[in-house]
Structures are given as C-alpha cells and as structure tokens.
Design a protein around this ligand. Sequence first.
Ligand code: ATP
Ligand code: MG
Length: 563
Amino acid sequence: MENNNNPAAEESSNFIHSQIDVELEQGHKRQIHTRFPPEPNGYLHIGHAKSICLNFGTALKYQGLCNLRFDDTNPVKEDTEYIDSIMEDVKWLGFDWEDRLHYTSDYFHILYENAVHLIKEGLAFVCELSQEEMRKYRGTLTQSGTPSPYRDRPIEENLRLFEEMKAGKYPDGAMVLRAKIDMASPNIVMRDPVIYRIQHEHHHRTGDEWCIYPMYDYAHPLSDAIENITHSICTLEFENNRPLYNWIIEHSILEARPRQIEFARLGLTYTVMSKRKLRRLVEEGFVSGWDDPRMPTISGLRRRGYTPASIRDFCQKIGVAKSNSMVDIALLEHCIREDLNYNAPRAMTVLRPVKLVITNYPEGKTEMLTGDINPEKPEDGQKEIPFSREIYIEQEDVMAEPVPKFFRLYPGNEARLKYAYIIKCEEVITDENGNITEVRCTYDPTSKSGGETANRKVKSTLHWVDCATCQPIEVRLYDHLFTKENPDDTEEGQDFTDFVNKDSLTVLSNAVTEQWVAKEPKQSYQFLRQGYFALDPDSTDEKLVFNRVVSLKDTWAKIQKKN
Ligand code: ATP
Ligand code: MG
C-alpha cells in the first residue's frame, strides 16, 4: 500500500452509492451534500471513522460537499476539549470540511421559530404531564397511547406558555413542547414526541441565552434542511425515527427535503465502542486517557501508530451494510500491518537483552555491516550496522538446557546473527536463580555475506544489537483491552469492565535498539521478529518510548486462508 493521504483516490461503492446512482440516472440534478454530525460529548472512535469515511467519501466520489456539524443540543455533557479533538481527528483522517463547520446551536433561533410555526399550525402543544405520567400515557408496542389531557389546549395558550418557557418562567421539567402527531401510531416514536425541554443550563456556545433546548429528533432533520443536506446518513438504530424525521421536514418552514438513509454501525471484537463506556474506562482509570494506545479511539489508534491510510483502508474493507455485525479486530490489525510492511524501515531491537560475548573476535574492533533499510522498498537503500565483540540478544533466544524443538542458542549449537556471522554457543552463564547473565560464543569469520561459508545453513537467525553503540529505549507491548470477544454481552450482575484485560500492557524498560533509530524522520519501524513499533509522545531526550502497533503474525490472513 502506498503511503498516501489522499482519500479522493480511494473510491469504493456500497448500497448508498447505488441509490445515489439511481437518483442521478432519474435526473436529480442536486449536488450531493452529506454531513458528519458528532455530539461533542467524547472522543471519536473507529466506529465514527466508518461514518466519516462514508460521509466525506460519498461527497468526494460525487464531487459533492460534506459538512462537519457539532450536534450540541445537550448543554450538560458537552465540552470544547471534545470539539477540538474531533476536528483534529477528522483532519488527521484526511478529510476537509473547508468552510462548512457548523453547530446545531447556531440554529437555535430558527428551530425556535419553526416550533412557533408548528404551534400556530396546531401541530405542537405544551404538555404538563410529568415524565412518569407521560410514560404511562405513551402506551406500549402492543397497546396504543392515550392522548395527553393538554393535547387540545388552544393555540394562543400554547404560544404564551412556550414563550414563557423560553423566558425562564418555569423550572426544569415543569412542562415540555410536544409535536402533535398520532397517539395511536404503531410506531411509538410518533406518539406526540417531545421536541423541547426546559433546562436551566449554561451552554458552551450560547451561554445563558436559552433555558429551553430542542430534542435531537427535532433538531437533527431541521439542521440537515438548513444546511441543504441531500443524504442524511445515520446508523440503523434510527430506522424507527425515520417517519418522525420525515414528519418534521414535511411540516417545517424550510424548503429543503433531505432524506435519511441508515447503515449498520461498526462493532469490533475485544473492544467497546460507545462513548459512554469509553468515558468510563478513562474516568475509572482502566486506561491512561482517551488516547491510551489500547483505546479504539482515533486518538488512541494514532498514538498506537496507526496511519490514516490504514484506517481508511479498514473502513473500505469492511464495507457498508444494512445489518449490524461484529468485525474481527484482526482485520484492523491486518490493515496497519500491510501499510507498515510497505512503509516502515527495519531495525534490530532487543526487547529483553542478555549480553553475548564473541570470545574469538578481536577486542576493540568495530566493523560496519550492511542491511536493507526496507526489503519491500529497495529504493530506500541500505544502512550500516556496527558489529563488535559484545552484543545483546533476546533472553528467549538462548537456553542453558534446551527443551525439545528449541533450535536457537544453547551450548554446542549454532545460529546466524542477522546481517552478520554464524556463531556457536560455548557457554551459558547463569546466576544463583538460574537466570542467564551472559552467553559466550565463538564466530566463524568466513560466514558473513560474501565470505567462503556465507551460505552455510543453520536452523535459526537471530536479531542482535551492538553493545557499544546501542541506545536504550522503553518498549510498550499491548494486548486486547478486553478478554471477552464481546464485552457488551453481559449477564445480570456483570459489568463490561469485569472483562477488562489486566495484562493488556507490558512495559519493557531495558530494551535496546540501533543507534540511528528515531533520528530518521520516519516514526514507525519494523523491529525484526518483534512487530511494528511507533514512537510514543512520552519519549524524552534521555529515553525514547515505543509502542508496539502490531506483532508480525497476521491472524487475519490465517483466518482468510482457512475459510
Ligand atoms: P456513541 O454511541 O459512541 O456515543 P453516537 O452515535 O451517540 O455514538 P455521535 O457523536 O452522535 O455518537 O455520532 C456521530 C455520527 O457517527 C453519527 O452519525 C453516528 O451514527 C455515527 N456513529 C457513531 N458510532 C458509530 C459506529 N459504531 N459505527 C458507525 N457509525 C457510528
Ligand atoms: Mg449520540
């Protein structure tokens, strides 16, 4: 995969595009106009990325437009921290709303005016039932509702009360404005839904101007109409709300006729996706923050070392369907692995070092070996790797007493050092607890590339780092955040946090890598045999910190082969 950040070049098709194609064939001349409408009450996650790619991608495909709209109708839960992070994430994914950044709160006056219009048309009324009473009057799936005793209030009285609600005359919950639709509708959503509520709350953008706030189901279609949205793409759980969406549009003072189209939301194995649950993970300290590299948030994935291209590739691979399903997290990992396999320079890094001394190598000598920077991209050239008498290798590559089928280093056995020589293990030194403290070997001077015995076969090839020139680094390894495939699937008395994986983070603070690593502009590397790694912002001048993005083992490709 090329490392590009040009989503326009990544065309795809889905059932929504098929519908648009039909509309275009039928002669609809309007410019396609979509929007991404997050509520600024948390950080964006990979599910939002699916929606972003779909909305912005559709606009790009049809030379249309896509807006970014903050759905900020709930004054209590919203925060400018979230607004900033959402803008950063959408941009980072490679999309551009140009001058079309909107806030539902910018429309509060039109929404109010429209509500007054509904009242005047006899299509809305002020209701004083308590929440509890309203629930009782609403009926059930099998039983139709009962009209509110306030339903037939005179229009003049409704106008006066609604104005007084706005003027702050009544406390929270005293009354609401409801649309007058159909209490007998089989669709509960249509049984005189609430469209305004009283909330004496400070709003982060409108301050104390309003103490009544519109409900989502009312504000959303109108905001779409105000912005001339043609296709209002939302997730499947809003399917039942579509008749209400259409009702609000039909009876509005606005001209535009946006259309709602639903698609399946993304679910990923071994993670949770709702902002409410992600917030709990942050607030209850299960992770270090919204951008913890184990989080399915865009900021977490970015910090982990995911690239925008890999996330867009993932969104394209999963497609857009009409029924909800769970996607294997291995597919997401597959996408970044493909990207980094092509783009990441290779380095040798020893995660858990043990010292190895080559006893027949001259003391004080250092020679320069060469290796490919990236075998997938020969044009990236070669690098020099210093080699001397003392090197570090992985603890797990050596055993004092080998178990069956262990083919790496043990007394008497040979292995090849990557880019370098064949060595033979002469002695494994252990401390009183049996831990290996040093390995002593001899080398075959003719076995390096170009030498007489260069092609001699041995069973294993080990990575290593030269002791004299290496740089110490910290490495953080990650596992799934949850131990259960679907942590949302809880039984009574269980909570999704019961399934948090306590071993999802391993910190290795004594790792060592080649000297040039991270002095290059590239920030992601393949550490040979260990996976792909990206520099973490916790890095300091004294010590670099690397996150493992993914290991090398492609479980997704394996699953595909089996099927
Ligand atoms: P959450 O349940 O995580 O809070 P939400 O739907 O309440 O999500 P919004 O901020 O309202 O979050 O979502 C903005 C847009 O992103 C909406 O159009 C919504 O449909 C879409 N979206 C949210 N979650 C997903 C998901 N898992 N898959 C696809 N689209 C999603
Ligand atoms: Mg929401």
